[in-house]
Design a protein around this ligand. Structure first.
Ligand code: GSH
Length: 214
């Protein structure tokens, strides 16, 4: 199992958490999103994913892009622990909450969006305000929804796809100085999830391509 990944990519972070939860060993194939304009736009990786985005999972002859699709694949192939409930309302609740994060919140804080805004004349401060605004909008709604359904985990008593997507998004929020104490359910869940080994080991700073601490 190999994962094209970038240490600070939150979409890659989701997949790393799932691999750890399922105790699947994997090799990281680093794609440096910043080096010389970004390796995601260059020859070798463009052949792997023409969209120029990480993560991409390679499992034997199977090559999959899009983190949610990778997570679905892993859940089918390695069902322990099951991240997407197989039946009932919980199945759709888990998927829709995960999409609130992956589809509605995350894309607006992606690197290429920030780079575009900078090229359009946004200052660093305006860029930060943009990021914080959209995360604030997304987190407010998400916090209310999670408040109604969370137990020890985002949805009830079992770890799910939502937890896997929440932690990297909170990492992004903290990175961009969003005050997450405004979102008490999200904050509680994040702090609890970060006590778990599978989540800790997936953290950006623990990845082989992370800059070495000085
Ligand atoms: N919908 C995609 C999003 C992937 C994505 O946005 N990846 C980011 C890193 S988190 C990326 O590769 N960005 C490169 C760029 O913006 O140039 C997924 O969930 O896998």
């Amino acid at each position: 199992m190999r994962l094209y990944s970038y240490w600070r990519s939150s979409a890659s972070y989701r997949v790393r958490i799932a691999l750890n939860l399922k105790q699947i060993e994997f090799e990281t194939l680093p794609v440096n999103l910043l080096k010389e304009g970004g390796e995601q736009h260059k020859g070798l990786f463009r052949d792997v994913n023409g969209s120029g985005l990480v993560p991409v999972l390679v499992d034997g002859g199977t090559v999959i892009s899009q983190s949610l699709t990778i997570l679905e694949y892993l859940d089918e192939q390695y069902p322990e622990p099951q991240l997407i409930p197989l039946h009932g309302q919980e199945r759709y609740l888990v998927q829709s909450l995960a999409q609130d994060i992956v589809v509605d919140i995350h894309p607006l804080n992606n690197l290429r969006v920030q780079q575009y805004l900078t090229n359009q004349g946004f200052s660093d401060k305006q860029n930060l305000q943009w990021l914080q605004h959209w995360m604030q909008v997304g987190f407010s709604a998400l916090d209310e929804k999670l408040h109604k359904v969370a137990g020890n985990y985002c949805v009830g008593a079992d770890v799910s796809l939502v937890d896997v997507c929440l932690v990297p998004q909170v990492y992004n929020a903290l990175r961009f100085n969003l005050d997450i104490t405004e979102f008490p359910t999200i904050e509680r869940l994040y702090l609890r999830l970060m006590t778990k080994e599978a989540f800790q080991q997936a953290a950006p700073e623990k990845q082989p391509d992370a800059p070495k601490a000085k």
